[in-house]
Design a protein around this ligand. Structure first.
Ligand SMILES: Nc1ncnc2c1ncn2[C@@H]1O[C@H](COP(=O)(O)OP(=O)(O)OP(=O)(O)O)[C@@H](O)[C@H]1O
Ligand SMILES: [Mg+2]
Length: 530
């Protein structure tokens, strides 16, 4: 089992939420220790603790040392018992604290420590003890007073709820750690798939599918056949067409691109084949067509699936005979052009449906290249992301930035419908948004990428349901007891609980804790009906 990455937990919503509850209901702080009892994630800043005494104590080397020994001793004791956690007095401070082990697959990985509170009473004797201990550490009178003011007495019912919540923290750490480990395993598996070549001309990628693509491109270097490139939007079809041209014997001749969907038929025809002066309004002089310009070179016909049936006939003739007729001319011209065509459409299906000529399809599809979508080669994501980040930094003339591990994980979880182009745009965007930052945090990514990650998590559903139930039960109990104790004095109770009176009234209604209902003898009516 790999080591726990404690820093991760600072960012986890559920854990933040649980910490917040422990702090606002009972002024208890939560810290983590590793499997040797060493405090984790203590940044030395006292401000992060609800109880200033906690921050003060943990700032002392001796206290950290003592906590480690205390935790290890407690864990030994727990091993001998059936208990899942321990509530004990931490003698060095005089406080009671809770120690909740984190067990992963029977391995002890660390603890959640909840501190401080009083278990039996907050009697003057115990208060005095804490006062003495904190003073011995050199705490100021002010810190001591605040620390004591924030140390609550947890009666049995409070303690039950409290332990439930701290146990949830420990459980959540386990779930998350397993999830992170699984994810790391997956990434390691993916990395095993990486080949040795990481680039081909301007194409980047180390994945198996990219290796096969490079091998295929190598193989067809000397061929002069027509190539049909098939792939979703933004997968790199144009890059591949260029690589084909610049690695062929035609590399010193023209590489001409025409998007076949961009024009109406007449314009397209005149673009491709040229026209004679006066052949139509606006044709003030002869114009060479792209086929002539591409003579001896390569012609890249992009979006070939979007051409009309009439245009398909004309293209077929060029492919078959190498001949065409400029608009307004009667004279045929002959050219030597290699055709590379690309589309994101399924031409075979179009042939079956009668929207694409079968003879043209077979003429084009001599060599077929299928470009895999990015979601089928996620192992290329880190390399591509890094490449686009650096490129964007150069363009924007700023210091380099890198992705944090967590941001990269979000990218792994995302499906990239827009493929490599979408990744490129995202990286350009984050470089702009990064400002002075040199590390890209997940929060800087587009919301759609963050959502994808959240949905992929098991954590959400499993713990959220449980957490919600536990919290509602706790809230209901605390309000019910509080109402009895204060004699239904809602203003007083609201103040005690640290919520508004209106908020309390809403909760009283939600839980059906209205005086009339709750004091009615059992069996005389339902909880909700009045
Ligand atoms: N393997 C890759 N390595 C580096 N950059 C890539 C790669 N694949 C695509 N790109 C980049 O992604 C963008 C889109 O690539 P390209 O235009 O070749 O895709 P396309 O398949 O022709 O897209 P469309 O179907 O939208 O026309 C370009 O900026 C290109 O440089
Ligand atoms: Mg394209």
């Amino acid at each position: 089992m790999s080591m726990i990455n404690w820093d991760e937990f600072e960012h986890i919503h559920v854990i933040k939420r649980l910490r917040h509850i422990l702090s606002s209901w009972w002024s208890v702080d939560v810290v983590f220790t590793d499997e040797r009892g060493q405090l984790k994630g203590f940044d030395g800043s006292k401000a992060t603790y609800t109880n200033p005494g906690v921050g003060f104590v943990f700032g002392k080397e001796a206290a950290q040392q003592n906590l480690a020994e205390f935790v290890m001793k407690t864990i030994d004791d727990l091993r001998m018992s059936d208990n899942k956690f321990a509530i004990k007095k931490w003698d060095m401070t005089g406080w009671d604290i809770g120690v909740f082990p984190i067990m992963i697959e029977n391995d002890f990985m660390g603890t959640v420590v909840a501190v401080p509170f009083f278990r039996d009473s907050n009697s003057p004797v115990r208060l005095a003890e804490v006062r003495d201990r904190l003073a011995a550490f050199g705490a100021t009178a002010e810190t001591i007073d605040k620390a004591l003011g924030k140390t609550k007495y947890l009666d049995e019912s409070d303690r039950t709820h409290f332990c439930e919540i701290v146990s949830l923290v420990a459980e959540e750490v386990v779930t998350l750690h397993l999830e992170i480990t699984r994810r790391e395993d997956r990434i390691r598996e993916l990395n095993k798939e990486l080949g040795s070549r990481y680039k081909y001309d301007n194409m980047i990628g180390k994945s198996k599918p990219m290796q096969s693509l490079y091998a295929l491109l190598d193989k067809i270097k000397t061929a002069d056949s027509t190539v049909l490139i098939n792939g979703d939007n933004g997968t790199g079809k144009e890059l591949i067409a260029k690589a084909i041209h610049y690695n062929s014997v035609r590399k010193d001749k023209a590489f001409v691109i025409q998007n076949c969907s961009a024009f109406n038929d007449n314009l397209l025809e005149s673009e491709l084949f040229g026209h004679m002066k006066g052949s139509f309004t606006g044709a003030v002089k002869d114009k060479k067509g792209l086929f002539e310009i591409a003579d001896k070179g390569t012609f890249f016909l992009d979006e070939i699936g979007d051409t009309s049936p009439q245009m398909q006939v004309k293209l077929l003739r060029v492919l078959q005979e190498g001949t065409f007729t400029p608009v307004g001319s009667t004279e045929m011209r002959k050219v030597d052009v290699r055709i590379v065509a690309a589309t994101n459409k399924n031409l075979k299906e179009m042939v079956e449906q009668g929207t694409f000529r079968e003879d043209l399809y077979y003429r084009l599809n001599v060599i077929n290249i299928r470009v895999p979508p990015l979601r089928e080669r996620k192992e290329d994501i880190p390399l591509l992301a890094e490449f686009f980040l650096q490129k964007a930094c150069e363009v924007q003339n700023r210091t380099r930035v890198t992705l944090t591990k967590r941001a990269l994980e979000k990218l792994y979880d995302y499906a990239f419908p827009g493929n490599v182009r979408e990744l490129q745009n995202e990286m350009e965007r984050v470089v702009v948004l990064a400002g002075d930052e040199t590390k890209i945090l997940p929060e800087m990514l587009s919301p759609k990428m963050l959502e994808a990650g959240e949905k992929a998590k098991v954590q959400g559903a499993r713990l959220h349901g449980k957490l919600k139930d536990a919290l509602e039960e706790l809230e209901r109990d605390m309000i019910r007891e509080g109402l009895r104790r204060t004699g239904w004095n809602k203003s007083k109770l609201a103040k005690e609980l640290g919520i508004s009176r209106a908020g309390l009234i809403m909760k009283v209604e939600k839980y059906g804790l209205d005086k009339r209902k709750i004091t009615r003898p059992p069996g005389t009516g339902s909880q909700t009906g009045t």
